[in-house]
Design a protein around this ligand. Structure first.
Ligand code: GLY
Ligand code: MN
Ligand code: MN
Length: 455
């Protein structure tokens, strides 16, 4: 399928849903703004994921407006892209702009206009429409713009023009679509995960005592960019020793010391899609006994979770499998004591494990690292607490990332202090189970040791 066709199909599917819900309406999705970092310098620009999902367009300053009407019993869609106009002077400084003249052909969109036309044109497009699909409560700026558009339509009331009276959350519709990845998306995600796996291998192979965390971060970045990935999918975590127990640690300047572990949670973004891999390895290439014991428990928990990651199971079942394996391991290593917790079931029930494992095992993965899509099944007549957990289906992509984090404490055997371990892989649910797409980097402790030895 040609690239523009993918986006046309997605817009068409969204239009179909809008038609089914309200018989038509206007949908508005803007891309992300550029954000100043400091004087005359901006953060690297990243498009808005929803906008990109529907257009494939990466420039800032753009808005998609979809007009959905009825055509008998079917829907009819007209898409308008508002984008930056060509500007030879600005293009010398900031680079080439696609411009509204070329956009229809390149992007396969019906109409394109200068973004300077957006406010005026939306006043026209909203006339006599009942339903507007927009991001609700997004920002004060977005509210201000919507008020401005509505004011223009309301200003035409005496000429007999009706203004919209229903506002719907467009994200709910787009996010449900984004939860299920098509073949084109899965192909990109496989490649993103393969690049990230190579980056982890590179970091493991180069690591030796005395290096600093930021030096391993540099190796990861080298592999990402050298392989064509445009960016990191999130700030890389490179955490040596006690830092491995800080869940949102960033690569800092801590020295990686002999006998300690290094936890790397890093993934690239390729063509708008994230990968998300964590590996934990010994700085000197050889696990100590206590490190290995906790590593093997974490890996067993991941394997237990993977076995439960299949269509028909709920989103929570892999997490529950991981929890059972982790908690049993904590009991085996006497980090939790039967005398205190009573039983395995009780330790899970009361959340006694949370001291050592305080996050969930999975999240959706896609254009965003913590990707969109509801974790609960839609259910019309129950409150959100009662809605059942999402049933896993083919095309969903998620991470599986159990961990154990042991901080120093009087009642914890000192041999485990400051050991933080997480093992994270990315999986695509398919018709029979799941495909691990990030195992280009070894996960087994013996294989990691062999990899670090053979440099
Ligand atoms: N890297 C973010 C996460 O693992 O959820
Ligand atoms: Mn993750
Ligand atoms: Mn991660």
């Amino acid at each position: 399928m040609n690239k523009p066709d993918i986006y046309q199909l997605r817009r068409n599917e969204l239009a179909k849903q809008i038609f089914a819900k309200t018989g038509g309406g206007i949908a508005v999705v803007s891309t992300a703004s550029e954000i100043a970092r400091n004087r005359d310098s901006e953060f690297p620009y990243r498009h808005d994921s929803d906008f990109y999902y529907l257009t494939g367009f990466e420039e800032p300053g753009a808005t998609l407006v979809m007009k959905v009407d009825s055509n008998g019993s079917k829907h009819q869609l007209q898409s308008h892209l508002f984008c930056r106009p060509k500007d030879p002077e600005r293009e010398i400084w900031d680079g080439i702009r696609l411009g509204p003249e070329a956009a229809p052909e390149v992007l396969g969109i019906e109409y394109a206009h200068s973004n300077q036309e957006l406010d005026r044109k939306l006043g026209e497009l909203l006339a006599d429409q009942d339903a507007v699909y927009i991001r609700l409560a997004e920002s004060a700026e977005a509210d201000r713009r919507l008020r401005h558009w509505m004011k223009q339509v309301r200003g035409q009331a005496r000429s007999g023009v009706n203004s919209p009276s229903e506002f719907h959350d467009i994200e709910a519709l787009i996010h449900e679509m984004r939860l299920f990845k098509d073949a084109h998306e899965i192909d990109i995600m496989r490649r993103a995960a393969a690049i990230s796996a190579r980056a982890h291998i590179r970091a493991m192979q180069i690591c030796k005592p005395g290096m600093r965390e930021y030096q391993l971060e540099a190796e990861l970045l080298h592999e990402f960019r050298n392989s064509g990935a445009q960016s990191v999918a999130y700030n890389s975590i490179v955490a040596g020793g006690a830092n491995s127990c800080i869940l949102h640690y960033r690569a800092g300047s801590t020295e990686l010391r002999n006998g300690e572990l290094c936890l790397i949670d890093a993934g690239c973004e390729l063509d708008g899609y994230a990968s998300d891999i964590t590996r934990t390895f010994p700085v000197n290439g050889k696990f100590t006994g206590p490190q290995r014991a906790l590593y093997d428990i974490t890996l067993a928990a991941q394997e237990a979770a993977i076995a439960m990651t299949k269509p028909g199971n709920t989103f929570m079942q892999p997490h529950e499998a991981a929890l059972t394996a982790l908690t049993q391991g904590l009991l085996d290593e006497k980090l939790l004591k039967i005398a205190d917790v009573g039983s395995l079931e009780n330790a899970i029930e009361t959340g006694a494990y949370r001291r050592f494992y305080m996050h969930r095992t999975s999240h959706w993965l896609g254009m965003d690292v913590h990707d969109v899509g509801s974790y609960r099944e839609a259910s019309l007549d129950s409150s959100s607490e009662d809605k059942p957990w999402r049933i896993l289906k083919s095309g969903m992509v998620m991470t599986i990332e159990p961990g154990l984090y042991v901080r120093p404490a009087d009642d914890v055997d000192e041999k485990f202090w400051n050991i933080g371990i997480r093992i994270e892989d990315d999986v695509v649910i398919n018709n029979s189970g799941c495909e691990l797409i990030s195992r280009g980097v070894p996960v087994n402790a013996d294989e990691i040791e062999a990899l670090m030895k053979n440099v």
